[in-house]
Structure formats: structure tokens, C-alpha cells
Design a protein around this ligand. Sequence first.
Ligand SMILES: [Zn+2]
Length: 90
Amino acid sequence: MRASTVNLLACPACRGDLLLRKRLAHRGEVLEGSLVCSRCGAEYEISNGIPRLLPSPARRRACLPVPQPMSSTRPLGPVSITQASSTRLM
Ligand SMILES: [Zn+2]
């Protein structure tokens, strides 16, 4: 695969961006290496120039979505703080 192809790929588990780690490249083609998800940390092998983007059962545990309490549990947190600071006491 070409190194630029990584921009077109996404993690099959979480759709996160993939980072390319080359081990062997020739004329812009990555022959051996791996793709690492920047979001969930899953790693996918590149062998013979072909990225293996199939999540195996063994790797699925590493692909669990990372809990993000700030965005899910209190969506109105920052808004309410802003409103409280601008509330007039009169
Ligand atoms: Zn991922």
C-alpha cells in the first residue's frame, strides 16, 4: 500500500484515524509495517503491502471505546458554568 493510503483508511472498530508505522518500504509502497489507531490504540498489521484491517477476537478487547465522561455524562456542564458566572445578582 502507498503511505498516502493511510489517509483514506479508518479504524474498523471505532472509525478513528490510523497512524502508519513503517518497517519496510520501497518506492513509496509500504510493504511491512502496521497501522495504529489514534483513538482506541488497536494495531493492524501490514504484510506483503496489504493492510489487515480485520479486527480479530483477540484484538477486540483492545478496541473497546474509551469512556469520555466529559462529553456524555454532563453535556450542559460548561454551558451552565458560563450562565452562572454571567448571572446578575440584582
Ligand atoms: Zn480504533
